[in-house]
Ligand binder design. Structure first.
Ligand SMILES: C[S@@+](CC[C@H](N)C(=O)[O-])C[C@H]1O[C@@H](n2cnc3c(N)ncnc32)[C@H](O)[C@@H]1O
Length: 257
């Protein structure tokens, strides 16, 4: 039974690759690892070849405005608190946010810490930014106890298999302000379901992602004592085959004393 569920989306994914377009499919059993294994993607970014590609990306990043089409960065710039702040970037990848903050002259007033699940990202980020502090952690499973002025996560919660567990762990990091950038939320999630998983295939890649139920998302925000200070519901909706649509949101959440 499980096999037919995973083969279904995978075959559809290969078909989409041929057609050169992006296809997003609902994964009914949340068997994301199996699906990635079938695509040969479960060790993504571990090979020497991947490392070379990432290094080339870091090189290119320092000479280009890689953020110019990303509304998330505009949102961060607009709502980042004034003055000297400590900030943790959860799902920091190869240190994209620090590069953006430097380009916008915001870096010098920030005491920065970055963390990611994948050691290769952390290693390359630390190499490129010796002045930052980086460590490996899994936001779905690990609790971060240190406190920060700002907790920021951009596109990370939706990259985890259980975004509710990840959201809870992000909201539990002690802070007055939490910025959730690039968060996938749907109000079409059927009763009782707190999230669902999807498989995305485009011409370059195949990867899994998650969509939060709007109701479950706001329940968690409230349960952790946060209120929404700023919210951007991005224009456009994303269509998921066999499921419905979701929207991308950016949030500033605030905790009152
Ligand atoms: C879509 S990328 C976004 C990267 C970066 N925040 C940016 O905006 O450029 C998602 C990142 O989350 C990381 N990630 C995925 N699952 C994670 C987990 N369980 N714990 C920590 N990081 C995770 C991935 O390795 C990846 O670097």
């Amino acid at each position: 039974m499980k096999l037919s569920f995973t083969l279904g989306p995978f075959k559809a994914g290969l078909f989409a690759e041929k057609e050169n377009k992006k296809v997003i499919i609902y994964l009914p059993e949340s068997n994301m690892l199996d699906t990635l294994k079938k695509a040969g993607k479960e060790n993504f970014n571990n090979s020497e070849e991947d490392k070379k590609r990432l290094k080339a990306y870091i090189e290119k990043r320092s000479t280009s405005s890689f953020w110019k089409d990303d509304p998330g960065y505009l949102f961060i710039k607009k709502y980042l608190p004034e003055g000297e702040i400590s900030l943790i970037d959860i799902g920091c990848n190869v240190g994209n946010l620090p590069f953006y903050l430097k380009a916008e002259n915001l870096w010098n007033r920030i005491s920065y810490m970055g963390t990611d699940l994948l050691p290769v990202f952390v290693e390359l980020a630390a190499e490129a930014l010796p002045e930052g502090v980086f460590f490996v952690s899994d936001i779905q499973e690990d609790v971060i106890e240190e406190s920060f002025d700002v907790v920021l996560t951009k596109g990370t919660i939706i990259s985890t298999f259980d975004p509710i567990k990840s959201l809870k762990n992000v909201l539990s990091v002690p802070s007055k302000q939490t910025m959730l950038i690039h968060t996938a939320i749907s109000d079409e999630v059927t009763s009782g379901e707190k999230f669902y998983n999807i498989l995305v295939t485009d011409k370059d890649n195949i990867y899994t992602s998650s969509v939060l139920s709007k109701k479950a998302f706001f329940e968690e925000v409230k349960a952790f004592g946060f209120s929404v200070k700023e919210m951007n519901k991005r224009p456009g909706k994303v269509e998921v085959q066999n499921k419905g649509v979701y929207h991308l949101y950016d949030f500033v959440l605030e905790k009152k004393d």
